[in-house]
Design a protein around this ligand. Sequence first.
Ligand SMILES: [Zn+2]
Length: 231
Amino acid sequence: MPRNLPFIRGRSYCPKCRKKISWYDNIPLLSFIVLKGRCRNCRKKISFRYPLVELLTGVFFVLGAEMTGGLGGLAVLGILRVWLITLAMVAVFFIDLEWQIIPDQIVFPLILVISFFSLITTPQSLITNYLPTAVLASAFFYFLHWLTREKGMGLGDVKFVFLIGLILGYPLAVVSLYLAFLTGAIAAVILILTGRAIRKQRIAFGPFLAMTCLAVLFWGEKILWLLKKYF
Ligand SMILES: [Zn+2]
């Protein structure tokens, strides 16, 4: 998306030699293993990010199907919802890490789709819980954005936490944001201590938000239980 490539139509190609990739060299994980991580045409290395994204997406798709309990009736909607969230979170994680951007093309459609899912499955909670949580989370992040003179928290984060509030609701969204700040702070300290970042450097926050949102989506109740027990 940040490279402005067509992401639904359009074929994959090798970023090194620009040759189009045949379907049999584009099978998730398997092709990377068969080709030993190199392009068939130019033999240059393929970034490890590709199989990693494929593996993570696959694992969370299976977990999602298991969690929502099969393909019958309304459960189909549950699976679709979790799969879409997985795709969005994995994409935001890697895009923000590399580009310090959270694309509106991911966040805005997801906000609409998640609202729609809520509207047909739990309309009452959408009004009394999910929507107010989203608004409050966004407002809090906008306040941080203003407080850090627009240099710390980006507007992308403000829009992204609206989506997270809408997905998780109260109290799980709070757990997710709390863990994002916690893991972000730990990562920042490690990066500074190991000399890989300087104190005033901006560290993308989206990856932490995306990672903890997925963790809480899948293991929210367990995490909540642990937090209540130990904090
Ligand atoms: Zn190539």
